[in-house]
Design a binder for this molecule. Sequence first.
Ligand code: PMP
Length: 354
Amino acid sequence: MSRFFSEEYADLDPYTPGEQPRDGVYIKLNTNESPFPPHPAVTEAVERESRRLHLYSDPESRELREALSAATGLKPEELMATNGSDEALFFAFLAFCSRHTPAVFADITYGFYPVFAQSARVPFREIPLKADLTLDPADYYHAGGTVFIANPNAPTGLALGRKEIEGILERNPYTICVVDEAYVDFGAESCLPLIREHDNLLVVQTFSKSRSLAGGRLGFAAGNPDLIQDLNTIRYAVHPYSVNRMTAAAGIACLAQEKYTQENCRTIQKNREWAAGALRRLGFILTDSRTNFLFARHPAVDGETLYRKLREKRILIRHFSAERIRDYNRITVGSRAEMEKLVAAAEAILKESR
Ligand code: PMP
């Protein structure tokens, strides 16, 4: 830290992104990216748009929001495009939490939530997941703050049904509930249809996972127009042009290729079920993941060792040091060939350690 760094942020404990290795080729199953490249129509749209890079992007992302409106059935004023869903989440911490309205979220969930709370200078309260890592909706009734729920949750992969989220919304009429649906396309129920009935619901989605655009940085928030306006107040105070021209063009082109997106999601789900079955046969214990990753532990090898030994075999997965989940690893579901290599490598590691 330089001697000039603000004392306001001296205690900040920033987010640790998954490693992006530079020492050669790895099978990368550590950051929940899609194994599928964007559709060729998306790369063509980006190339076309790059010819207009001398002009600022539209801070309102009107064309993109029209396309999102057609895709979701919501009105453009119920939607806001952001630089990844991380930006939508951070804006929500800034807009809807305060000294008197803490952020409330699970103890085991997306690791950026406590960091966003710290950066936004708002208090937060963590609610422990149950021993089996499931989330009890009743723990969030009358939460006394702004609730953030990743649904499906990360890194557990477990999902609540729409009805259960609705129960939480109904019992928090005076506070917002933000539902982070980064992984919803891989087999969970979206809460987008609840937006018209619940003015305290904000849904956040991303193009990073099911839509193969992690590097493009595109997400969106959906909620009633007043909430979206609040988020825009924050946006215009921080970063009006955060969705650049090429990313907006990529998003529009991507929404026109829904069949490609859905086929890829189905393939990921198939690969997930295949890999989960193969790992279970090797003695792994897995959660019932509704996402593009598996959350797995093995009674005979601890999480850190498995992570390290797979890394030696040039396969990257994600290990977390938090006490409750240190036995586990999070494994992104890649192509079938990648999952076969993962299973073979895990089998070899288990044999060596016997
Ligand atoms: N929410 C959850 C639960 C995530 O795992 C991630 C991915 N790191 C995000 C949000 C943010 O993704 P992005 O900013 O790429 O949209």
